[in-house]
Design a protein around this ligand. Structure first.
Ligand code: FAD
Length: 500
């Protein structure tokens, strides 16, 4: 039996591991952290459950290819409850309030009532969301393995989106927002995603949500990961935690073993690097690897930026059911990492009462952070640890103050449970610049995926969200699957989706 060694036990590593075992390989995952899960993580703090990942999951609609993958990985299935919120985002600002409803007719009606003068732009926007509802993320096979018939079926399904996608993917969120005269509608375009994204990315999110394909599995990130680990181990795989890969030893055009920070090594027939791409390219592999896709992306920050966030978890000693699941509010300016901000993105875990002790709730706020912000946090953590703690506490205090101003009934009932800086993502997962997604899809970037082969090393594959920008959970899971499909094709063994 051929053996595969996987570096990294995030969604991609677990996905590759599960499909590898189903296809008859023996498989070990080597994870640097104390538990698997990678960015899709959660933990306990002060009696609260911190869910630091999933806000929406592409693939909750059973009719889609992505659902099938999640089902095969035991992430979704008949036994997993799906939480479908009526609105993706509730927005409240000095210009009024609105909701991005799942029901696009209601969304259209309410947006038109809010700003009749924007009728053309509103109708275009909602028409485009309706078209993106037809998006079924390709997850059957790597594109180069599709038969002619499968290509034809894919093109037929995606033709309506294809007609508008090319043009829209060249338009920035900023430029698209200018189509609206009403300032609240401009905020509707700019509120949720980093401003450097193209508009098709936002339409993809909304189309996915509105078609019922972007809901949430009950139990969130912990539920997803624990079901994957269970499945991997039930199939005979082993996860080795606290195993930080530091380099490889090489044979002729191949890898002989992985070397870990504790000086141990592990050998296998095939190696899969499912860790952050910067770890693979900047730490594990030879410096002279000729790899254009990542080399250009790590250098060209304008074309291929990345982002992270500063997350605050806030205990609420009150009922929060009057607040939507996800809300964006404007507020008086506050300072974070040397910059001024005047909005808060708030996630209310009211649908997950077990995340907080009885009678209480927990909020998460996310503040987008870019690469220069990461450098700020990295410098503080490494050179001024006290200031690092103070800055985190100061941001959290300001956010609580703004929330209390916005929701007067919560005054005196909010307290900090946890803060997570972009540097934390780097420390715990090796995330490049703290980024927990892949490269942002800017209007100028080439929309390309990487196949995961490294020229000149025949028994190594790379996998994970970085292969398919903009990343995220479905891309991580799909690349794990595609890697095993490519490996099976290369060595001429059948790929199995179902356990034998
Ligand atoms: C706050 C937050 C919110 C998010 N919300 C969503 C969402 O709503 N929807 C969505 O689709 N996505 C979301 N994401 C993104 C999603 O979590 C990631 O896209 C996904 O988990 C990436 O999976 P991965 O396996 O490719 O990489 P990772 O999760 O980064 O896994 C890589 C693994 O490799 C390990 N590793 C790194 N270096 C080494 C080494 N040298 N040796 C051994 N192991 C190593 C790491 O510890 C990690 O476990 C969110 C992420 C965060 C942090």
């Amino acid at each position: 039996m051929k053996r595969i060694a996987i570096i990294g036990g995030g969604i991609a590593g677990l996905s590759a591991g599960i499909y590898a075992l189903k296809s008859g390989f023996a498989c070990d995952i080597y994870e640097q952290h104390v538990f698997a899960g990678g960015q899709c993580t959660s933990w306990k703090r002060k009696g609260f459950h911190i869910d630091n990942c999933v806000h929406w999951l592409t693939g909750t609609n059973p009719e889609t290819q992505m659902y099938q993958v999640w089902k095969e990985l035991h992430v979704l299935g008949d036994e997993v409850e799906i939480l479908q919120n009526p609105s993706f985002l509730h927005i409240e600002s000095e210009h009024g309030s609105l909701d991005l409803w799942q029901d696009t007719q209601r969304m259209r009606r309410e947006l038109l009532a809010l700003s009749p003068q924007d009728a053309v732009a509103i109708n275009d926007f909602v028409d485009q969301i309706d078209i993106y509802k037809g998006m079924d993320m390709p997850a059957l096979k790597p594109l180069e393995q599709l038969s002619l018939k499968e290509w034809w079926q894919l093109l037929k399904k995606l033709r309506p989106i294809g007609k508008i996608h090319g043009k829209l993917s060249r338009i920035s969120l900023q430029a698209y927002a200018q189509r609206f005269k009403h300032p609240l509608l401009q905020q509707m375009i700019l509120a949720y995603m980093p401003h450097t994204y193209n508009i098709s990315s936002w339409l993809f999110v909304l189309g996915t949500f509105c078609s019922g394909n972007g809901a949430l599995p009950k139990g969130g990130s912990e539920g997803m990961i624990s079901r994957m680990i269970q499945q991997f181990e039930a199939l005979g795989g082993t996860i080795h935690t606290r195993k930080k890969a530091t380099s490889f030893t090489y044979g002729k055009k191949c890898i002989n073993s992985i070397v870990f920070s504790d000086s141990t090594t592990a050998s296998a027939d095939f190696y899969i690097a499912a860790c952050d791409a910067s770890v693979t390219f900047h730490q594990l592999l030879h410096k002279d690897i000729n790899e254009k896709f990542f080399a250009t992306r790590f250098i060209d920050k304008k074309l291929h930026p990345v982002y992270s966030s500063f997350n605050t978890y806030i205990a609420v000693d009150a009922d929060t059911s009057f607040i939507a699941d996800t809300t964006w509010i404007t507020c008086s300016p506050y300072q974070a990492a040397g910059k001024s901000h005047a909005s808060i993105l708030l996630k209310n875990f009211v649908n997950e009462p077990e995340y907080a002790p009885e009678g209480k709730n927990i909020f998460q706020t996310l503040l987008v952070q870019y690469e220069d912000d990461f450098d700020f946090w990295s410098d503080l953590y490494q050179h001024h640890p006290e200031k690092y703690k103070q800055e985190k506490a100061h941001i959290a205090a300001q956010i609580i103050e703004r929330l209390e101003q916005h929701y007067p009934s919560l005054k005196g009932k909010l307290s900090v449970v946890e803060t997570v800086s972009p540097y934390s993502f780097n420390r715990f997962c090796g995330a490049y610049k703290g980024s927990y997604m892949s490269f942002i899809l800017t209007p100028y970037a080439k929309k390309k995926s990487h196949k995961g082969y490294i020229k000149g090393i025949k028994n190594l594959y790379i996998t994970g969200q970085w292969l398919q920008p903009p990343g995220g959970l479905p891309n991580a899971a799909v690349t794990g699957k595609f890697t095993i499909q490519r490996l099976c094709r290369a060595i001429k063994v059948p790929f199995n989706r179902i356990s034998k």
